[in-house]
Design a protein around this ligand. Structure first.
Ligand SMILES: C[S@@+](CC[C@H](N)C(=O)[O-])C[C@H]1O[C@@H](n2cnc3c(N)ncnc32)[C@H](O)[C@@H]1O
Length: 437
């Protein structure tokens, strides 16, 4: 079925297109979002503007996003329920399956009363499998259908992570997607940690870090004055491992700027390079809000070179982003071995270029928010094999929050299940390297 056939609104009369009843536009947008991720392979966030075009209320846009994100978190379980109630299996791309996923996730995970969940979804299948959708939904509701407390990962992801990290980490990942991740803040001035933690009623796992259960960001104390920015604790580790300094640091693949702000506030003269103009616009806004300075350069790092080598280089490379599956569940469905191999190929190119820009005796930090060894451990091994003048500068236990320990060879690998009692952390790989002097 074509993508437009799946998401097109009903048009009962060519001269008078049917208007959607209240509540339906948000569900139609949720359907478009699922279609964008599952059939077109787009990131959920990238599809949002287009899918919600014409929806004026921000609540409705947020609802569409919440429905789609929760459906992506729970897709294998929703599909298992649908399959249990249909005589012949609906194709993966059947409009009825998409509509049922949206109705069921609302009724079973988002607290929408079943009659509202189905009545706002049926118009999406007008002129199509309306009866089937109504029938399957009714059968499941009457049968007392429920979803597992912990969502099941898609089979291929489960197999890949089980192979890489073992069963326990797969179970931890499933527990991690069942609950909303906490909100982590990085402070511009770590000396204010105690004061701001107390004021916000949060928890601090490291100097300069505050964790909150969730909040409306612009209303938190210190937002207007730029005292902090949102950044998962694992994402804050690469720049923390560079530490304080007064020389030049190249922040490569820098936008929207979490690490640029950390490095600038740690005293470095930061040269911040990224190829995405739209992400750099956010980086500039972030610098303006936090009153921090950096030289910002829009360039493709596969072509650009600095005028001279730097004291430290941070490469936060583009990656599959499977480590941020809690916040971006679309990665569970979009990322496959081909995507991972392509990202690893680009990372190797970027890493080889970044290495040339490190002064003798200087530092290189390589990071990815991926749970794939090809983008982390294996990338590092290949780099070390081809760059004999670089060696791992081992990370010490004291540099990390309690609950995250460096690998015995000195790099950092954060995994599902770490900091679980405190609300978990994103999956990252970080290696700190030193160039021989
Ligand atoms: C993981 S994100 C960076 C996050 C950022 N370091 C932070 O802390 O806010 C990866 C970035 O790589 C950038 N990127 C991807 N390919 C690039 C290239 N060839 N040259 C420059 N930047 C690139 C993307 O635009 C994206 O902003």
């Amino acid at each position: 079925m074509s993508s437009s056939a799946l998401t097109r609104p009903p048009n009962r009369n060519a001269n008078h297109p049917a208007a959607d009843p209240p509540g339906v536009p948000a569900r139609r947008a949720a359907l478009k979002l699922l279609d964008a991720v599952l059939r077109q392979g787009l990131p959920l966030e990238a599809a949002l503007d287009r899918a919600t075009q014409g929806i004026e209320r921000s609540d409705d846009r947020a609802l569409a996003h919440a429905i789609a994100a929760e459906a992506l978190r729970r897709l294998p379980d929703l599909d298992a329920l649908i399959d249990s109630a249909t005589r012949s299996r609906l194709p993966d791309d059947a409009k009825a399956r998409f509509a049922l996923r949206i109705a069921l996730v609302q009724a079973l995970a988002l607290g929408t009363p079943p009659h509202a969940a189905i009545s706002t979804v049926l118009p999406l299948v007008d002129g199509g499998p309306r009866k089937l959708v109504h029938g399957v939904f009714g059968t499941l509701m009457r049968g007392g259908a429920t979803l597992e407390e912990f969502p099941t990962l898609p089979e291929d992801v489960e197999a890949r992570w089980q192979n890489a990290w073992g069963e326990e980490k797969v179970a931890a990942a499933e527990r991690a997607i069942a609950v909303p991740p906490p909100l982590d803040l990085t402070l511009a001035d770590p000396a204010r940690t105690e004061e701001l933690t107390a004021e916000m009623g949060g928890l601090s796992l490291l100097p300069g870090h505050i964790r909150l259960a969730g909040a409306h960001v612009p209303e938190l104390p210190g937002f207007e004055e730029g005292a902090w920015w949102v950044q998962d604790i694992a994402a804050s580790l690469p720049a923390r491992l560079i530490g304080k300094g007064s020389g030049i640091v190249l922040d490569l693949c820098s936008a929207p700027g979490g690490k640029t702000m950390q490095l600038a506030s740690a005293g470095w003269s930061v040269v911040s390079v990224d190829s995405s103009e739209s992400r750099l616009a956010r980086l500039r806004d972030n610098l303006a809000r936090t009153h921090l300075a950096a030289e910002v350069i829009a360039a493709d790092l596969l072509k650009w070179s600095p005028a001279e080598p730097a004291d430290a280089v941070l490469l936060d490379a583009p990656c599959s982003a499977t480590g941020i599956f809690r916040r971006h569940p679309d990665v569970l469905h979009r990322v496959n071995p081909r995507v991972i191999a392509e990202m690893a190929r680009v990372q190797a190119q970027l890493l080889a270029r970044a290495a040339k820009w490190v002064k003798p005796g200087g530092m290189l930090v390589y990071a990815t928010c991926s749970l794939e060894k090809a983008e982390g451990e294996e990338q590092l091994m290949a780099f070390l094999a081809s760059q004999p003048d670089f060696a791992i500068d081992p990370v010490a236990v004291a540099e990390l929050p309690a609950g995250i320990v460096p690998h015995q060879r000195g790099w950092v690998r954060t995994l599902p299940g770490m900091l679980a009692e405190e609300g978990g952390c994103d999956g990252f790989f970080i290696a700190r390297l030193r160039r021989g002097g």
